[in-house]
Ligand binder design. Sequence first.
Ligand SMILES: [Zn+2]
Length: 601
Amino acid sequence: MFWSTERPYKKGDSPEPVAILPALLLETVALRWSDAFIPTLRDDPADAEAASHRLLVRAGFVRQLMSGVYSLLPLGFRVMQKVEKIIREEMNHIGGQEFLLPTMHPGELWKKSGRWDSVGLEMFRLKDRRGSDVALGMTHEEVFTHLAGELRSYKQLPQIWYQFQTKFRDEARPKSGVLRVREFTMKDSYSLNVDTDGLDTAFGHHFDAYRRIFRRLGFEATAVEASSGVMGGSESVEFMLRTTAGEDWIASCAACGYAANLEKATSTLPAVASEGDSAELEKFPTPGVRTIEDLVSFEGGGTAADRQIKTLVYKADGQTLLVLLRGDHSLAEQKLLDQIEAQEIRPASEAETRAALSASPGSLGAVGAENCIIVVEESLRGQCNMVTGANEDDFHLRGVDVERDIEARAWMDLREVKAGEACPLCGAELAVEKSLEVGHIFKLGTHYSELLGAKVLDENGTPCPIVMGSYGIGLGRAMAAVVESSFDDAGIIWPMNVAPFEVVISVLNPKDVKVSETAEHLYESLQGSGIDVIIDDRDERPGVKFKDAELVGIPYRLTVGPKGLKNGVIEFVRRANGESREIAVEHAAQTAAEAVFEERF
Ligand SMILES: [Zn+2]
């Protein structure tokens, strides 16, 4: 569990300062807007909902090539390079060594780890001319573990290995622009240790590095407990940005800082008042009742939802699995997937359901069910006088005593937490908000090293599997997250650290010699100071130039025009708040450069 006690990041606030100015700079870039390919659009793309999608397309940063596949245009690539540089600095800072592994992997390696079969349609697969299976890597545990097989002794550990590489994932429903795509760049790193204490340390280093990375990118990411999903392993933490563009829901407690993905979150429920002593089981007719709500409002004896048992039917590796929840609760399916050991778990079809229980949904129940594995949600423990389907269409059972009448194979936490329920740690009200995953770190343990034979000799000369962790950040998603957390009606507002250009010089009348000379001089001095500067020397109306500068989101604008020059001044505008002031021509370059340096970290 993690507590976000941090306050907003300020310069010099980093637990371990890393970036020394102006080391953050890539090679300084200066550009003329008249020469540049910055295809801004007047209107939002029709299919775009997420702000990042809308604005990155409109401001000329990205273009879609096909569903879920995007080209980065020069401005987008500049941002990505800066994002990459920040991540690289922080990874090197914790001792990471950079690799570059192939995107094409032998299918054989994925068969050894078991994921050739378990991953399914999300993996792009092909055959080479000899008929061998090839995978396009969606992640690189297999290849890094394969390389780790060359390590011989605990003395060679610990190691942190990382890379920036293209990943492929054949998403069923790519959407939201660069947020959910089929081809993307990721920083993935892997920690190799001789024991779990070492893994804990490496995990902690990554946790801190990720914190610093997101702060330098300009947004606060909340660390939450998460499901490890297809990655396996014992523990994982997601870094989440609160935004309506996100696809995950997190439950969080403002009082104590508890935060968890709904795939994992728990809450404390008030005790349901006991309904007296156990009664006898009794079948009764419920014509037309198909849902929990139907039975609540059933004429001649409705039953409150929290007195009903909801029965969900799944197939787990061919076996019928009944999942029982209180009628007013919803299943967090990932919790089920995480706790049931099976290659494949899916909802049963209607035909399969009828074959197993001889009834249709609406009349299903677990009392007397044969040849089924039954798992029961914890909140049903000790409940009696409950109502459930009788496995006969249009009939229900009442007087059900869950522990007496149902043969539970296991009791599990399966319930999805709702807003307003009590925090499991302190009892305060939980909030549930939409969030975007911007990073995910996993304790893998020895899962991959055992399957792929990556072992070292420990101190006693005994071979032991390497203890691994795996850590990812998607770069395109990080760029989109910056936009989601920083934009307004006029466009993007880039934080200095990742702005494609730090200053734009808008030349109001390029044909005026004095204006043009002053602007050119300013352009050269800013370049000389190591500022990423673009000069808007296009033959366009001022309104067009200002609109484009705001849409693109350049942090500072210097406006050089005949009116101002008459008074010896240049307008200096801050994109973030529209704050504008006039500065003397001779101080303009220095003032702008200082403002930029002040905001880089
Ligand atoms: Zn709490």
